[in-house]
Design a protein around this ligand. Structure first.
Ligand SMILES: [Zn+2]
Length: 232
């Protein structure tokens, strides 16, 4: 089921009280409209009656899509530094739902799932976009490294590179502020960038192994030290 929790907030622009409906869990099989709303950026968004600003409550939920064999734990973008601990939580939660103590058919199905951990709406939408475009999300993360190298542009201070669109020929990335979801710049690459990486596994093996070590399949696991490791 999809579990809704009402949350009181304040408009970041004018301070007017805002009421949000936030989701603690989403079942995309039963509510494909919620999946669409994650992709188009409207989920948990609310217009402010005091001004024209659009506010959005951060994501903090468990997402299940049996049809696509997708399980995602989505945390607020502000929790990114805790990725290492949250990754353990994600694995524990998934084990509880699909692990050794569950009935055999559930366990068997669980082995087919892609378990993922994301921080913030842009990262969340990106995983669903990869599914829709038929893209391997590990390859997409490697492609980001290739794009950064090629373009020589790195906006790492406040932005993250996220896949925001694509078709049969091209994929489009944007440098996005994960807090405000504002895109600062766009980069388009040919889709052959991905097939090129796939065709040259030896060159990417080390980075791919690091990126796919756990559910947090994201270039940020290389770029952002996990909290607790920062002073080492
Ligand atoms: Zn307002």
């Amino acid at each position: 089921m999809s579990l809704i929790v009402p949350v009181e907030g304040a408009c970041p622009a004018c301070g007017h009280a805002l009421a949000f409906e936030t989701f603690a869990s989403i079942n995309a099989d039963r509510r494909p409209d919620l999946r669409d709303a994650i992709l188009d950026g409207s989920l948990q968004a609310s217009g402010c009656p005091g001004c024209d600003q659009q506010g959005r409550a951060p994501c903090d939920l468990v997402y299940l899509d049996v049809e696509r064999r997708s399980w995602i734990l989505a945390h607020p973008a502000s929790d990114l530094l805790e990725w290492s601990d949250r990754e353990e939580d994600a694995l524990d939660m998934f084990q509880e739902a699909f692990g050794p103590l569950t009935p055999l058919p559930v366990r068997a199905m669980g082995r087919e799932f892609r378990v993922r951990l994301v921080f913030g709406w842009p990262a969340f939408a990106e995983k669903l976009r990869c599914q829709d475009l038929g893209l391997d999300d590990e390859l997409v993360e490697l492609a980001k490294v290739a794009v950064m190298r090629e373009s020589g542009t790195v906006h790492l201070d406040q932005t993250e590179l996220r896949l925001v669109g694509g078709d049969q020929d091209e994929i489009t990335f944007a440098w996005i502020d994960p807090g405000t979801e504002q895109a600062k710049a766009f980069l388009t690459a040919p889709r052959t960038l991905l097939t090129g990486i796939e065709a040259n596994p030896a060159a990417w093996a080390a980075l791919r192994a690091e990126i796919s070590q756990g559910p947090f399949v994201d270039i940020n696991r290389v770029l952002v030290p996990a909290s607790g490791e920062r002073n080492e």
